[in-house]
Ligand binder design. Structure first.
Ligand SMILES: [Zn+2]
Ligand SMILES: [Zn+2]
Length: 140
């Protein structure tokens, strides 16, 4: 089993979360495929493996994993949420034509938070950066 999968399952067990085969498959799918899928895409992928599983089950599991901090839910405009395994902090580039999401690993722009705090008096907790444009396939 993939190390990250194993480690995450250990942490879920410690938190007394029951590891159902579906839950494990959803987690594995997110960790092994860096595709930022929607709940529906995860469902489509696992439907043959778990014919009795519903989209709602997938969604509830993603919600649970998000609430526990293992997964990040990304909302882009009014399209459905995409889910990402939150291993390392990173930013995203989003194709405005096909909706593909590519990871950007770049040092955290923490200075932005300091500047924002200075300018607004906010106690800043987080920030988001998204880059929009056309992916290589969509440029042709
Ligand atoms: Zn594209
Ligand atoms: Zn990502």
């Amino acid at each position: 089993m993939n190390y990250l999968v194993e480690q995450t399952i250990e942490r879920l067990k410690e938190a007394r979360v029951r590891i159902t085969p579906q839950r494990q498959a959803i987690l594995e799918y997110l960790i092994l495929h860096d595709l930022h899928p929607t709940a529906d895409e995860v469902y489509q992928e696992l439907a043959t493996q778990f014919p009795n599983m519903s989209v709602a089950t997938v969604y509830n599991n993603l919600r649970l994993l998000t609430k526990m901090g293992f997964v990040k839910e990304m909302k882009f405009g009014d399209s459905s949420s995409r889910f990402d395994f939150a291993s390392t902090e990173h930013y995203h580039a989003i194709c405005s034509n096909c909706g593909k999401v590519e990871d950007i690993y770049y040092p955290g722009l923490d200075a932005v938070e300091d500047v924002a705090a200075d300018l607004t008096g906010f106690k800043v907790e987080s920030h988001r950066l998204e880059v929009y444009g056309l992916c290589p396939e969509c440029q042709v």
